[in-house]
Design a protein around this ligand. Structure first.
Ligand SMILES: NC(=O)c1ccc[n+]([C@@H]2O[C@H](COP(=O)([O-])OP(=O)(O)OC[C@H]3O[C@@H](n4cnc5c(N)ncnc54)[C@H](O)[C@@H]3O)[C@@H](O)[C@H]2O)c1
Length: 225
């Protein structure tokens, strides 16, 4: 372990000393990566780390790590660094992973199937409470641990389960209708895989995932050195 140049004083307590709305989207993304790497360290039995090693794990500078962590009130101790468990816990609280989030999946084709089988969501506090599809041949099948229900069950099931999040993996031409329906049923956040722009109330958080666009950006970077 290498001491960092700045004093690193461990944060105490579970209440992140941060105005969460002030965190930029890239900073939230980096916190999520630190969180993932800290859990990897915990699994490997490592108890402490420092900003330089964390920086190398997520490919940013140590100064960025220190700035990100101090912005949530976590400061490491010179020569000691950060306690891995308490830092992971602290970031988890900031990112909302201490809360159990209920999500529903809409559309269980190739992508929905793969996501329902992924076990990594639960660890971060996300449970896939139900899945929905319009294809009658899929109804009542269980994928991962989640049963696929018909879309005409959407209203009663969402009213009962009260999930906060919806993951949309439907064809793009269906996505807007589906989004409007889930928002009307109280969904507060949408992870949208359909390659289309969703127009929903600004009070609903929408994150678009577009791997094709990421590939395009990757190609651009390679092409432009
Ligand atoms: N973001 C990404 O990186 C990425 C990658 C792959 C696919 N996609 C997109 O994700 C979506 C799903 O892709 P896929 O390959 O799984 O497609 P797919 O055709 O295999 O699956 C779509 C599923 O949605 C269901 N469906 C259709 N209309 C519906 C509706 N109104 N309500 C509920 N279910 C409905 C279908 O029955 C089907 O099971 C597409 O929009 C695709 O373009 C995005």
């Amino acid at each position: 372990m290498t001491p960092s140049k700045q004093p690193e004083i461990p944060a105490d307590g579970d209440s992140p000393n941060v105005a969460r709305a002030d965190l930029s989207t890239p900073a939230v993304g980096r916190l999520s990566l630190y969180y993932r790497e800290l859990h990897r360290l915990l699994d490997a039995g490592q108890m402490s780390t420092n900003s330089r090693d964390l920086a190398a794990m997520v490919n940013v500078s140590a100064a960025v790590v220190r700035r990100d962590l101090s912005s949530i009130g976590s400061v490491g101790r010179r020569g000691v660094g950060y306690d891995v468990a308490s830092l992971a816990h602290h970031i988890g609280v900031v990112l909302g992973s201490g809360v159990n989030w209920k999500a529903v999946m809409i559309g269980v084709g190739y992508l929905g199937n793969a996501l329902l089988r992924y076990r990594g969501f639960e660890r971060l506090g996300f449970s896939l409470a139900a899945a929905f599809d319009t294809d009658p041949s899929k109804i009542n099948r269980v994928v991962g641990n989640t049963r696929i229900l018909a879309m005409d069950q959407l209203d009663p099931v969402l009213r009962e389960l009260k999930p906060e999040l919806a993951i949309l993996a439907v064809p793009s031409e269906e996505a807007m209708d589906v989004a409007s329906r889930v928002v009307a049923l109280g969904i507060q956040g949408i992870l949208n895989f359909a390659p289309t722009t969703l127009r929903v109330s600004s009070s609903v958080a929408v994150i678009n995932v577009d791997l094709a666009s990421e590939l395009q950006q990757l190609a651009f970077r390679i092409q432009n050195g």
